[in-house]
Design a protein around this ligand. Structure first.
Ligand code: COA
Length: 327
């Protein structure tokens, strides 16, 4: 990579107020708290209120990220929203947000890579800022995943939740070896049938529901994520000992624990929010990052590793030296 750095200087998050616990779920679907906790680590999830949109959550997360570093919408040149649950088929949720934030100079578009959407969007924003197309970007993961769930299907409806997280990226010519140090993305469309939505504008008139062969997805997860992480480390000229924090996609505690073991990281160096947030798809990494920056665990200058896998299959890993050099 060139001497130009793309810094990650702020993070914000938003969770809907309504909480659905495992007990609440077991009132209308054949499941129980013990099964869900043992197999997934999830105890509750946040669910959007009636009329609450993906763009509403994205806006709140973005505003928090902007306010934390004293920026406004007009300071932003690029907005990418990673989402599989946009408000409408078009215009993009990002375009709506651009107007709401008064980001009149920003180019805005959505990226759809399901649960890997945030690492995909980071990679695109990094490349665009690095190549000179703007100085500052808002990268947001926002999902109303509850809208895609079949609430009769216990094998999927217990796993997901809603929310949004946002980061600010800033191009910097002087902060050598800060910010996004490497980014690795992969796709293998051959695995389409193990995780998909059975609807969409061209294949059917309905939005559709999530369909998944969970154990097959599980078998791909740790192997693909750890190999992407190895590639990201090599690309950044780093080893695991350089990594201060793993902020993984929050799909399942067993996948997260599997990655911790593969990377041989101490337990307390892995940020886990799956218990409270469940799987919020593209929002899960920035939501978890926001928690760990907010409670003081992740500090300026520490190296954070992200990884995610989602339907496609799509997966990737990113290494970031968080924050900015202090003057
Ligand atoms: N409550 C109670 N029982 C349930 C259940 C639920 N919510 N969901 C499934 N079961 C039952 C199944 O019907 C099955 O019963 P059977 O043995 O009588 O047929 C049994 O539990 C085991 O099902 P299985 O699917 O093999 O369980 P699992 O150990 O693979 O766990 C997942 C299921 C979904 C938790 C697990 O496969 C997983 O986490 N996969 C990864 C999914 C993922 O992360 N996807 C998103 C990627 S972004």
């Amino acid at each position: 990579m060139s001497d130009i750095s793309v810094l990650m200087t702020s993070v914000g998050a938003y969770l809907p107020k309504k909480i659905l616990t495992n007990e609440d779920l077991s009132a209308f679907v054949d499941t129980d708290d013990e099964w869900i906790r043992q197999r997934t680590g999830i105890t509750q999830r946040h669910i959007v209120a009636d009329g609450e949109l993906t763009s509403d959550m994205a806006r709140e997360a973005a505003l928090q990220a902007l306010q934390r570093v004293g920026l406004d919408g007009v300071d932003i040149d690029l907005i990418i929203v990673a989402t599989t649950t946009p408000d409408d088929t078009f215009p993009s949720t990002a375009a709506k947000l651009q107007h709401q934030l008064g980001a009149v100079y920003a180019v805005a578009f959505d990226v759809q890579a399901v649960c890997a959407g945030f690492v995909y969007a980071l990679d695109i924003a990094d490349a665009m800022l690095r190549s000179g197309r703007g100085k500052r970007a808002l990268v947001i993961g926002a999902e109303s995943f509850s809208k895609l769930l079949d609430w009769q299907d216990r094998s999927t409806c217990v796993l997901f939740g809603d929310g949004a997280g946002a980061v600010i990226l800033e191009r910097d010519e002087y902060a050598v070896e800060w910010g996004i140090r490497s980014s690795i993305l992969h796709t293998d469309g051959a695995h389409r049938d193990i995780l998909y939505v059975d609807g969409g504008p061209s294949s059917s008139s309905a939005v559709g529901h999530v369909r998944m062969e969970g154990n097959k997805v599980f078998r791909h997860a740790v192997e693909k994520l750890s190999s992407a992480m190895d590639e990201a480390l090599a690309a950044a000229n780093m080893t695991v000992s350089d990594v201060d924090w793993l902020v993984p996609h929050q799909a399942n505690i067993r996948i997260i624990d599997g990655m911790q073991k593969k990377m041989q990281l101490p337990t307390d160096r892995v940020v886990r929010t799956v218990d409270k947030h469940a799987n919020t798809s593209a929002a899960s990494i920035p939501l978890a990052l926001s928690v760990a920056v907010g409670d003081g665990r992740i500090k300026n200058g520490e190296v954070v590793a992200f990884e995610a896998i989602g339907g496609g299959l799509v997966w990737g890993a990113t290494l970031v030296k968080y924050g900015r050099p202090q003057k």
